[in-house]
Design a protein around this ligand. Structure first.
Ligand SMILES: [Cu+2]
Length: 170
């Protein structure tokens, strides 16, 4: 009984954090969801165990990029555009998903995520099973410290993080 109550509380806290993160996304300077009709270029990113290729990407101010993300590894990985701050907020959500059986290290249970109301369809990220491909279309701000990271528990800590080099003249 106590265990169930604690789990329920954690889930609510996590969902609240998720909503706060969505709000922060618009005014916090990490950019905004891009328009598919306004894409300047497409970049393919491969995700493998604890690393991205490429792991550093130059972006021009205001540029809209379509990221084609391919999981070539054997574990579930995420491509999530943000900052340490947004990732720290998102980490609790990922832990909850693992604990509640919405995902394991190697698979994603989409039905369970739907049941729990956690669709995980944030525009700034894509979570993929091994062998899967997804996309993120993102419009970058005029500047700022932005990167990309995998928030599957333990992955960012193990170095699964990359950076955008902003402000390059193109
Ligand atoms: Cu990962």
């Amino acid at each position: 009984m106590i265990k169930t109550l604690l789990t329920g509380t954690a889930l609510v806290a996590s969902l609240t954090a998720s909503v706060a993160l969505a709000d922060a996304g618009h005014g916090s300077g990490i950019g905004e969801p891009g328009d598919a009709a306004q894409v300047d270029r497409t970049i393919t990113i491969e995700m493998d165990e604890m690393k991205y290729s490429p792991e550093s990407i130059e972006v021009a101010p205001g540029e809209t990029i379509r990221f084609e993300v391919v999981n070539v590894g054997r574990a579930v990985h995420e491509f999530n555009i943000g900052t340490s701050e947004t990732w720290n907020g998102h980490r609790g959500e990922m832990r909850t998903m693992m604990r509640e059986g919405m995902m394991t290290m190697r698979s994603i249970n989409h039905d369970r995520m739907m049941e729990a109301g956690m669709m995980h369809d944030d525009a700034n990220s894509v979570l993929l099973e091994p062998g899967d491909t997804g996309e993120v279309i993102w419009t970058f701000p005029e500047g700022g410290e932005i990167g990309f990271a995998c928030n599957v528990p333990g992955h960012r800590e193990a170095g699964m993080v990359g950076d955008f080099r902003m402000g390059h003249d193109s």
